[in-house]
Design a protein around this ligand. Structure first.
Ligand SMILES: Nc1nc2c(c(=O)[nH]1)N=C([C@H](O)[C@H](O)COP(=O)(O)OP(=O)(O)OP(=O)(O)O)CN2
Length: 167
């Protein structure tokens, strides 16, 4: 058995950024902008002394919030394998874009990248007590993708099994 908590840093927060999906054979290959939203699920077998999985505020989620702004606020996301990467990076060199090179610009890749960063942050901050179960990244109310690690799913299953075995 594990405790789960959620934190939504929604589309209304204004993480406005610009990107393109160069391999798409649609308008998605053109630069376009979204205010991406994120929903995190955190997990822990043991709560802290306050009875919390992870502080929703500055003391816990704060570092993830800072990273979200660093990555996604007023930035131009460029996929590392974008054939036009040099041209897009040149915009950064000219001071007219804040370029962030990322593994991929689909919601799926953004959820995956954010999962790994958030998991690193919470594991370090809680000495491994808390981990990230999943991250959802949404373009708007209709389109989103979820990244869930098999390690996190396995840890939850193992926790359930031990609880049943030990009563
Ligand atoms: N699985 C995914 N599919 C698509 C992604 C994605 O990240 N993951 N991204 C896009 C485009 O970049 C774009 O963001 C969506 O544009 P569009 O095709 O216009 O889709 P919409 O839902 O916004 O428009 P409708 O009004 O529903 O047509 C495409 N696919």
């Amino acid at each position: 058995m594990a405790h789960l908590s959620t934190k939504t840093y929604g589309n209304e927060r204004g993480l406005s950024c610009c990107s393109r999906q160069w391999a798409a054979d649609s308008d998605c290959s053109l630069l376009h902008g979204y205010s991406f939203g994120f929903r995190f699920v955190f997990a822990a077998e043991q709560l802290d002394k306050r009875g919390w999985v992870l502080d929703f505020g500055k003391g816990g989620f704060g570092k993830i919030r800072d990273w979200l702004h660093e990555m996604f606020d007023h930035s131009l996301l460029v996929a590392e394998d974008d054939p036009e990467r040099p041209a897009l990076e040149a915009l950064g060199e000219r001071g007219i874009a804040r370029v962030r090179v990322v593994p991929g610009t689909s919601c799926e890749r953004m959820a995956e990248m954010t999962f790994h960063k958030a998991d690193e942050i919470v594991r370090e901050a809680t000495g491994g007590r808390c981990w990230v179960e999943s991250v959802e990244c949404s373009e708007h109310g209709s389109n989103s993708a979820i990244y869930r690690s098999t390690r996190a799913v396995a840890r939850l299953a193992e926790s359930d099994r031990l609880h049943e075995e030990l009563g």
